[in-house]
Design a protein around this ligand. Structure first.
Ligand SMILES: *[C@@H]1O[C@H](CO)[C@@H](O)[C@H](O)[C@H]1NC(C)=O
Length: 189
C-alpha cells in the first residue's frame, strides 16, 4: 500500500510538471490544427487566440503563411493598427464614420449625416442591418456592407452558417491590413 501511494504521488507530480512545461513552452496547438484542417480547404477562419479583435486568420500563397487580417466588411486603420467596421464611427470623431473611397487604399473618417449605426440611403438615414430599406427582395435582404466593394447595399441574407460564408469570400478585400500595407491587391480595384 505504501508503495502504491508513492507511485501515485510520482504519477501526479509528473503529470503536473508535464503540464507546467507545456504551459511554459506554449506549443502552437491552434496553428497546427488550422493547418491540418485547412490544408486542402484554404479559407479564412476565426481564431481569436491568435488574431486581434475584428480579424480572421487568412491563408497565404504558401502552405504555412497564414496571416491575421480584418474580417470582411472591416477596414484597417493604420493610425490605430486595428480593424474597424466600415460605415461605423470606429476610430473617428463622434459625427464621423469610417469609409474607403473608390480607388483608394487607406480608409478615412468622413462626416456621417446620421447617428452611428445608421447611414444615408436614398435620401434617408437608415439603420445598418435593417430590412425596411430593402423591401420586395427574395431571398430577403438587409442594408449591409458589401465587403467586396465596401459600399452599402441591400445584401441577401445568407442562411448558411458563419463558417461556410467565409469559404466564398475574396482573400484580399479592399481596405484590409495586407492591402493597406501593400501585401495584396484586391481583385476589384
Ligand atoms: C458585392 O458587389 C459585387 C460587385 O458589384 C457583386 O458582384 C457581389 O455579388 C456583391 N456581394 C453581395 C454579397 O451582394
Amino acid at each position: 500500500m505504501f508503495y502504491y501511494n508513492i507511485l501515485f504521488i510520482i504519477f501526479v507530480l509528473s503529470v503536473k510538471s508535464a503540464r507546467i512545461l507545456k504551459d511554459t513552452i506554449g506549443f502552437p496547438e491552434s496553428e497546427e490544427n488550422v493547418n491540418l484542417v485547412n490544408r486542402e480547404n484554404r479559407h479564412p477562419i476565426y481564431l481569436p487566440s491568435l488574431c486581434g479583435e475584428n480579424e480572421l486568420y487568412y491563408p497565404g500563397d504558401q502552405k504555412d503563411d497564414w496571416i491575421c487580417d480584418c474580417r470582411p466588411g472591416y477596414l484597417y486603420y493604420p493610425e490605430k493598427n486595428s480593424c474597424w467596421p466600415a460605415f461605423r464611427r470606429g476610430p473617428c470623431s463622434s459625427d464621423e464614420h469610417l469609409v474607403l473611397r473608390l480607388n483608394s487604399v487607406i480608409p478615412i473618417c468622413v462626416t456621417n449625416p446620421c447617428v452611428d449605426g445608421f447611414v444615408m440611403w436614398k435620401g434617408r438615414c437608415e439603420r445598418l442591418g435593417s430590412t425596411g430599406p430593402c423591401p420586395n427582395e427574395f431571398p430577403p435582404a438587409v442594408l449591409w456592407i458589401n465587403a467586396t466593394t465596401i459600399t452599402v447595399e441591400c445584401i441577401a441574407l445568407n442562411f448558411d452558417n458563419r463558417y461556410d460564408t467565409y469559404t466564398s469570400i475574396e482573400m484580399c478585400l479592399p481596405g484590409c491590413k495586407r492591402h493597406v500595407q501593400s501585401m495584396c491587391v484586391p481583385r476589384i480595384m
